[in-house]
Design a binder for this molecule. Structure first.
Ligand SMILES: Cc1ncc(COP(=O)(O)O)c(C=O)c1O
Length: 437
């Protein structure tokens, strides 16, 4: 089974079999979920056609969309040591490791307080609740992001108001945010898509002018900066996720609220623990969203490597830029001026995306789509007639048809990236010959 680890293992191996495998293959399979749907929707080549009859050799050539092995190998021994200690101590929820992680993460990410939570979606909800958002409120949020950005809004009892994104960066458009603010608006959620910070200076100004809270969704942006400022520097709080594939990822679910406001931190600590600071004294509404000791131990072991891993991501992004800038069919990501991008994802835009994915898949190269449907068109968020929703947020809708995330992770080699670029360039040439584009 280990032979099927790279790139396209989902083509030839039933998911049920993969889930029985342990370790990195599982993790990468999770992130390849989009690819599974893509493969389902398209006639797939036979096993022979994909692997040329030589499974071992071909699987070695494959390039997965995400590969966590080099990160995991680096921290494996330390995590085992910490887990042994945790088992001896016997406190598994909100223990000393969680407290130490919160202190270390706050210092590393440049904020005063880090409050560890169960996942990033909860973090959005907890940050908004701590900011006083509740039933009847409206919260402005970009439509082009992961559903988790808006689920936290709905769970507060508030209504998400979706706005469009900037054409070049696909980050929330501050002008659209300002136009969407009305009498019921309580907060704005800025999303740092793909690891790059939204225009926090403009958003801070707009929110201050209109007296609404500004909260960040930094699930993808550990270590990113805008004009030198980290997450939570220009807002009430930033929510983040430690989902395994994130720049700082646990070996399970995890999340946090980051803030420089002691009142918000204290409220978040209360909300994550059933609204109580003292046992059975439930002073406010809360629920259970506590980071556990085993995940905190993984995160503590990984945290010192975050800077190096982000540099490796940045180098890999620079390499893609050099390799693909001469290929007009592939639109490369734009970095905002004065931004330090954390490169969680390297998402290009291409015409006829499914054909392009297919060309990569045929060469055993994994890819992802972040995201195929903007949130205002997802049934889970629709409160009106879907047919009238189309065309309302044209940039997000067009981007959803074109975005394609290429393999990018700490440890990806220049040779692997060259292979990805080679396949893209020849796909683009075939497209040009066929369509003239
Ligand atoms: C932008 C964004 N917001 C929110 C979330 C939700 O985080 P989690 O999966 O930890 O709940 C994610 C994670 O996938 C995300 O990418």
């Amino acid at each position: 089974m280990r032979l099927g680890v790279s790139g396209l293992f989902w083509v030839v191996v039933p998911p049920s079999a993969l889930h029985r495998e342990r370790g990195a293959a599982d993790v990468r399979f999770m992130d390849a979920a989009v690819d599974v749907r893509f493969m389902d929707a398209t006639p797939i080549p036979s096993h022979e056609a994909v692997f040329g009859g030589d499974l071992l050799k071909s699987a070695e050539r494959g390039i997965p969309f995400v590969d966590l092995r080099s990160q995991n190998d680096l921290v494996r021994a330390e995590v085992h040591r910490r887990w042994e200690l945790a088992i001896d101590v016997g406190t598994f929820v909100l223990g000393v490791d969680v407290e130490r992680f919160e202190e270390e993460a706050a210092a590393a990410l440049g904020v005063a307080h880090c409050v560890g939570l169960g996942n990033g979606t909860d973090a959005v909800e907890v940050a908004l609740r701590a900011a006083g958002v509740g039933a009847g409120d409206e919260v402005v949020v970009p439509a082009f992001t992961f559903a988790g950005s808006a689920v936290g809004i709905v769970r507060c009892g508030a209504r998400p108001v979706f706005v469009d994104v900037e054409e070049d960066t696909l980050l929330v458009d501050p002008a659209g945010v300002e136009a969407a603010i009305g009498p019921a608006t309580a907060a704005v959620v800025a999303v740092h898509l793909y690891g790059q910070m939204a225009d926090m200076q403009a958003l801070e100004r707009i929110c201050a002018t209109h007296g609404v809270a500004l909260v960040e969704d930094g699930a993808q942006s550990h270590g990113a900066r805008g004009h030198g400022a980290p997450m939570a520097a220009r807002s009430l709080a930033a929510a983040t996720s430690f989902y395994p594939t994130k720049n700082l990822g646990a070996w399970g679910d995890g999340g946090a609220v980051l803030t420089n406001d002691a009142g918000i931190a204290s409220a978040a600590r209360t909300i994550r623990n059933y609204g109580s600071m003292e046992k059975y004294d439930h002073g406010r509404f809360g629920f259970n969203s506590r980071l556990d000791v085993l995940q905190a131990a993984v995160l503590r072991a990984k945290l010192p490597h975050l800077g190096d891993w982000n540099s490796q991501r940045s180098q890999a992004a620079q390499r893609y830029y050099e390799m693909l800038r001469g290929c007009p069919a592939v639109r490369l990501p734009t970095v905002r001026a004065h931004n330090e991008h954390a490169w969680h994802l390297y998402s290009v835009q291409v015409p006829e995306r499914e054909g392009c994915r297919r060309a990569l898949a045929d060469e055993m190269i994994g890819s992802g789509v972040h995201y195929p449907t903007p949130l205002h068109l997802l049934p889970m968020f629709q409160d009106g007639d879907p047919s009238t929703m189309f065309g309302r947020l044209p940039v997000a809708e067009a981007a959803a048809d074109r975005v394609l995330s290429l393999p990018l992770y700490p440890g990806i080699t220049a040779a692997q990236q060259e292979r990805v670029a080679e396949v893209l360039v020849s796909w683009a040439e075939a497209l040009r010959l066929r369509t003239g584009r």
